[in-house]
Design a protein around this ligand. Structure first.
Ligand SMILES: [Zn+2]
Length: 431
């Protein structure tokens, strides 16, 4: 009996050390602080460049500590940190940006434009190499286009504290390195409207966590409300010449799309959340207009007081948190050829069928026709429905209706992608 117990322990420890070996030892390479890399992306339809703005040290690291290499092949950009001495890859994380979306608009054929961005990594103990990659549209592979050495002792790394904003813990379930830390950030709320912000934040989060799969994972989240105060109430409405002085300078009519609400300058967002653990940022705008935006590992943004606000925010959060693509295919956006039909899009819930095995092929019954005809008597059917990613031909979605298409519930394929992301931030092995 004793022997069997011992044997079991040996077997278990073998598997534990095996999985740890495949991962990076956080404490060996990193402090529990954040390295913030502020940079500009500048370019047009044909070329782009990245330029350093500033490095900062921030006091909190809230991301995972046992999974440091990005297990998802999502996003348009990837940041990588290598240890300078042993050349080991010690951290990677992918994301998308507003700049990259702009590149797909007609304006990018005529002018060059710049956007600010900010990426955070754990703070390295030793000298490191930071590499920024972007995805080549032709072959969908990441390619390096910016590289710099990081000396953690450098006096050029800004350690200065930023302005403190009141933070309300809407829910706290434990150690930030083992939870999804969701930050809800106020935009367009004056000092007199902070109670309204709290009520709005609670209402939208309650609605999000009433939806599957979030409903079964509420305990996996910490939620932090950051009371950023604005001078004026609301946001910018350029199309009707109505402007407000708000903390993050958000606005509708992005890329001339009335309902597209975004923030072009990322740095004030990062400044506002400098001292709070943050895996995902949800920006709540004090407006009743319909609209929002969501970009993978960048931000989700939506308004508080539209009748559809809760669903819009859940949709945008799907983009921001789980890298979900839009499953709709009307012509309501300003993008041109957003997806190449020659490669598989990286979003887990749309496919060009170029590499469908990497998507939800395992979830559809054998013999399902491609494309799958819409059967209104069976709305829960999983298949390969033509139309998605802003076009009606050549891109396919997993279920006829989903929150990523319209005001429906979240489809099983999107649910699986969300649960995988929750598991990642909670430090659980991918299933
Ligand atoms: Zn879906």
């Amino acid at each position: 009996m004793r022997f069997i117990n011992k044997y079991k322990i040996l077997v278990i420890s073998f598997f534990i050390s095996f999985s740890v070996q495949a991962q990076i030892n956080f404490n060996h390479y990193f402090e529990h602080k954040t390295l913030r890399f502020d940079f500009i992306l500048t370019g047009n339809k044909t070329a782009q460049q990245a330029g350093l703005l500033k490095l900062h040290q921030e006091p909190v690291w809230g991301g995972p500590v046992n999974i440091l290499i990005d297990p998802f092949d999502y996003g348009e950009y990837m940041v990588k940190l290598y240890d300078k001495k042993d050349n080991n890859l010690i951290y990677s994380k992918s994301l998308s940006t507003l700049f990259q979306e702009w590149v797909t608009t007609a304006e990018a054929e005529k002018i060059t434009k710049s956007y600010t961005n900010s990426i955070v990594t754990p703070f390295p103990r030793n000298e490191a190499i930071l590499v920024l990659e972007h995805r080549n549209r032709e072959n969908a592979q990441f390619e390096a286009f910016f590289r710099m050495e990081i000396n953690p002792e450098s006096v050029f790394i800004d350690h200065s504290p930023k302005q403190d904003h009141k933070i309300t813990k809407l829910q706290y379930n434990g150690d930030p390195s083992q939870k999804v830390d969701l930050v809800v950030l106020a935009e367009g709320y004056t000092s007199d409207e902070q109670q309204k912000f709290l009520q709005d934040a609670r209402r939208l989060c309650d609605s999000l966590f009433s939806l599957a799969p979030y409903d079964k994972h509420k305990d996996d989240f910490n939620i932090w409300a950051v009371h950023l105060e604005s001078k004026n109430s609301g946001t910018d409405y350029p199309g009707i010449d109505k402007w407000s002085d708000t903390a993050l300078n958000s606005g509708f009519w992005t890329f001339d799309s009335e309902r597209y609400l975004t923030i072009a300058d990322y740095l004030p967002i990062r400044d506002a959340i400098w001292n709070v653990p943050s895996d995902a940022v949800m920006i709540l705008v004090n407006s009743e207009k319909y609209g929002g935006g969501g970009i993978y590992n960048f931000y989700a943004i939506g308004t508080a007081d539209n009748r559809l606000s809760a669903r819009v925010m859940a949709h945008e959060f799907g983009h921001n948190f789980a890298g979900l693509g839009d499953e709709y295919f009307d012509s309501s956006t300003s993008y041109e050829n957003f997806y190449s039909l020659k490669t598989e899009p990286w979003e887990p819930n749309i496919t060009t069928l170029v590499h469908f095995e990497s998507k939800w092929k395992d979830m559809i019954p054998a013999g399902t026709p491609v494309p799958t005809p819409v059967d209104h008597s069976d709305p829960g059917k999983i298949g390969v429905f033509e139309g998605g990613g802003y076009i009606s031909k050549g891109i396919y979605r997993p279920q006829d209706r989903c929150l990523m298409r319209d005001n429906s519930l979240i489809c099983p394929v999107c649910q699986r992608a969300i649960v995988r992301m929750i598991d990642f931030y909670c430090g659980r092995e991918q299933k």
